[in-house]
Ligand binder design. Structure first.
Ligand code: ADP
Ligand code: MG
Ligand code: ZN
Length: 426
């Protein structure tokens, strides 16, 4: 136990109204309270936010939280305020008086604010913010810097944000302040890169398992014509996934619009989501899906961070993801409630060529693509094992429990089972 252990437990119960910690949360909290730099790696939904929100209340001073998405910050600040925790946010779209208030929080010794959420470009581009932050540090009030979605630093990750590159100056400018990075990206390659960019090489990495025992993984052979693809999707949505919510991922805006339209023609209620849509219609689609007036969203990868629907029962990849990393994140949006959910991928060689020309310019992208192709072509190894290997984890003792197509049909060549029967057996 530590000097803060009693307060930690009390804050957990009284403020957050949670009985007990989930795996690795307490060790993450203890190491950051002990002043160590650390990176916390846990799957989405595992409870990473608590690892900086709780320490913020246990010690005096201010916690800065850097987050890439304004909507994520708004959600967090709202839920903190509901718990009577003093928090605020400062973004490029904040009204002027809010921005001034936030800047004052940094200067004010008597501020009641415990957590201040900012976007990375505040650090990158606002001199005023940085000089106030420097002052806060000099007065010994900068308790901790939490960097959410910290993989955004790395080009090797699935969601690179150029502004995250600037965060490298923090460990030099504020050497006494512990940095706490948080991510659901588990590849050691990305983690090493992140440590290098943040200038905290060899820092503590606390990682929980990425196995998702309630997700069923399956590959289907993808037909050549779009019409036939639509027929499969129609069958799945009308029968197997009747009255259930899901996501259909594809890799182009054109495909997402075509598929959504095709499915609507076949009497299904689906929305479409991609980066070329106005923010307002995007959140409208999201809402309709949330309240179940849409059964599925046909989306490009633009539909990603900030999805917090627990009862997503299926994630279908109409086109393969561009890496295993992306696939894990995208398929991982299924089954957050812990109940069985299914992750299907329609695979054909043609799509590999299509994607390879698209991703050609990005670093290491062909290697990444190769990883997902290997996963799809595999017909003998448990798919869960392949995912574990990819994340440098050993799930050797974890039984798949027939939760992948390979383990469900151990004695047949699964690539020879026809599509039609796949749809039925599933
Ligand atoms: P992540 O950032 O890892 O995706 P969040 O921090 O958003 O996950 O937490 C997901 C949900 O889990 C939240 O609703 C949070 O309140 C809840 N949660 C976190 N820790 C615990 C816990 N120890 N016990 C119960 N619920 C928890
Ligand atoms: Mg999170
Ligand atoms: Zn298996």
């Amino acid at each position: 136990t530590y000097e803060w252990s009693k307060d930690v437990k009390k804050t957990l119960n009284d403020v957050f109204r949670i009985d007990s910690f989930r795996p690795k949360q307490l060790s993450a909290i203890n190491s950051t309270l002990a002043g160590q730099h650390a990176i916390i790696v846990m799957p989405t939904g595992a409870g990473k936010s608590l690892c900086y929100q709780l320490p913020a209340l246990v010690k005096p001073g201010l916690t800065i939280v850097i987050s890439p998405l304004i909507s994520l910050m708004e959600d967090q600040v709202r839920s903190l305020k509901n718990r009577n925790i003093q928090a605020m946010l400062m973004t490029s779209t904040s009204p002027k008086d809010e921005t001034l208030k936030a800047l004052n929080v940094l200067k004010d010794k008597n501020t009641k604010i415990k957590l201040l959420y900012v976007t990375p470009e505040r650090l990158a581009k606002s001199k005023r913010f940085m000089s106030n932050l420097q002052k806060c540090y000099a007065e010994g009030r900068l308790q901790r810097i939490a960097i959410d979605e910290v993989h955004c630093c790395s080009q090797w990750g699935h969601d690179f944000r150029p502004d995250y590159r600037y965060l490298g100056i923090l460990s030099n400018m504020f050497p006494k302040t512990p940095i706490l990075g948080l991510t659901a990206t588990a590849t050691s390659h990305v983690l090493t890169d992140v440590q290098k960019i943040l200038n905290i090489p060899g820092c503590l990495v606390i990682k929980s398992t990425f196995n998702r025992p309630n997700l069923y993984y399956k590959i289907l052979e993808k037909p050549t014509s779009q019409e036939e693809c639509l027929t499969i999707l129609e069958k799945l949505l009308k029968n197997r996934y009747k009255r259930e919510s899901g996501i259909i991922y594809t890799n182009s805006i054109k495909d997402s619009e075509e598929l959504a339209q095709g499915l609507r023609k076949r009497g299904l209620s689906v929305g479409c989501y991609h980066a070329n849509m106005e923010a307002e219609s995007r959140s409208n689609v999201h809402l309709k899906w949330h309240e179940k007036s849409y059964q599925a969203i046909v989306a490009t990868v633009a539909f990603g961070m900030g999805i917090d629907k627990p009862d997503v029962r299926f994630v279908i990849h109409h086109t393969i993801s561009k890496s295993m990393e992306n696939y894990y994140q995208e398929s991982g949006r299924a089954g957050r409630d812990g109940k069985r959910a299914e992750c299907l991928t329609l695979y054909r060689m043609q799509d590999v060529f299509k994607i390879s020309t698209m991703v050609f310019s990005a670093v290491g992208s062909i290697d990444h693509l190769y990883g997902i192709v290997k996963y799809c072509l595999n017909g003998t190894l448990c798919r869960r094992q392949l995912i574990a290997q990819h994340f440098d984890e050993d799930w050797g003792d974890t039984d798949c429990n027939k939760m992948c197509d390979v383990c469900s049909y151990p004695n047949s060549n699964i690539r020879e089972i026809s599509l039609e029967s796949h749809c039925k057996i599933l």
